[in-house]
Design a protein around this ligand. Sequence first.
Ligand SMILES: [Zn+2]
Length: 185
Amino acid sequence: MYKIFAYMIVSLLFIGCSGQKSLEIKQQTIPTTMKQEEVKKADSKYKMFQTVDKKDAILVQDGKNKQYCVICGMDLIKFYKTSYSATYNEKEHQYCSLHCLSDHLGEGIELKNPKVVDVTTLKLIPVLEAYYVVGSKKKGTMSKVSKYAFSSLKAAEIFQSKYGGEIMDFYGALERAKEDFKHYR
Ligand SMILES: [Zn+2]
């Protein structure tokens, strides 16, 4: 009697397990994985959101290092959507991120005509005309808190509704960037 009872339990466990297994397989074959891929494709054809086609990137520096951040040396096409330009000592400089621009400012220097890439048009716009989305789900460059700039409030709001974050002006975003440094007072 005990034997039969034990056998029943074992077989029940087995049925239970196999039932669960087939359910897992079913869930895996549901085309949600395809959907995720489609979403990824539509978002950006590159691994990182910041990257653009070479032909779309505006590079303002001269010389063989024109494609690289003047502070950290990272590729400006790869990190284009978070990049900046500014004039320092009569020379055009380009930065991969607000992090590197703040790093330069933290040395006590004066940067003229700072501009940021507008995520929508990929053109460089004056930083004071930009609407920033800070701390969205889209990863940032050189900082845990991402900071993306838009030339219109509407574009910033659409981005915010998709990826979250806070909308603020350049000074707000700069304050957040400074939090990554110790040499500011
Ligand atoms: Zn940099």
